[in-house]
Write a protein of this length. Structure first.
Lengths: 123, 123, 123
């Protein structure tokens, strides 16, 4: 963790756009959360052109889900979400109505990385 | 939020079936949760024919994951799950053994939509 | 539940490898958690060759997310994660830096399977 899953309509982001967004998110997240960049994992999933819906209608919906360790403050999460929104919207040019971003929190003891159970968030 | 992710074997739902199911879920969810339809986002993910398993055996498993804001009552969630099950099974014709539906709850402050952090569930 | 979602770069696991890993996870999980094998659902998602990133760089990142009912002890989860890591790494041959595994816990009342809301974890 963190694990970013970014879901977009097929062909809406080029390979270069994905690499640039992944680099920007990794750099930001590492500095903001004070964790090594090697902890940051990002996967882009693409769905078929007929498979995204917002407001009940076919749409190039952009969904970003981020798994983090629980224990962060509301203000931390607010700033994190706001910055991710900014980076994601810049990369996709999607309007506000077609973007949804969610944090999912798990106990550190619920994740394993580098062959080890994760430590708790430092406080 | 809500964000529905519906995962099916490739080619098991037509584009028309996806659109009809998305419209039905959006309409139901909006009325049941008393939220605007434009808050409802739905993405269909398809996996390769060799990539789904139930009971240890290859299977056209249907998985629906729904992210909602926390704070709803058990009875609310029971009714929500029951109706979603009904709509999903009608659309996919999958037997009970091949369907799994999960709600994931996050604090409202963990999600951002329309450029804004979400408000808490009204009580 | 449990619902395993295993995300790999396209073509990194053969159909046979997926079936063998799914069988091993199902057998292990059923015995370890003392639940019927038919409760275990597994889906493999594949992402395009340009779509995975670890440490800010393109990478054949392997992500496994597991949805379980809440209520298990930390030691239970530690053993579960450790065994899953071992099976996943054996199947993918991925180095430690490219694997991330997360448990997501939901109330039993948040999931529906076999047409029924799930019972709580037995204690």
């Amino acid at each position: 963790m963190p694990l970013y899953t970014i879901t977009t309509r097929v062909n809406s982001l080029s390979g270069e756009s994905k690499a640039a967004l992944a680099a920007a998110l990794t750099d930001f997240h590492s500095r903001f959360a004070d964790v090594p960049t090697k902890w940051v994992h990002i996967v882009f999933h693409e769905y078929a052109a007929d498979s995204g819906f917002s407001n009940g209608l076919r749409s190039p919906t952009v969904a970003l889900t981020l798994l983090i360790r629980s224990g962060r403050s509301p203000e931390y999460k607010r700033q994190l979400l706001t910055k991710i929104w900014e980076l994601l919207q810049a990369a996709t040019s999607a309007p506000d109505e077609e973007i949804v971003i969610s944090l999912l929190e798990g106990d550190a003891s619920n994740a394993m990385e580098m062959g080890k159970i994760l430590p708790d968030v430092a406080r």
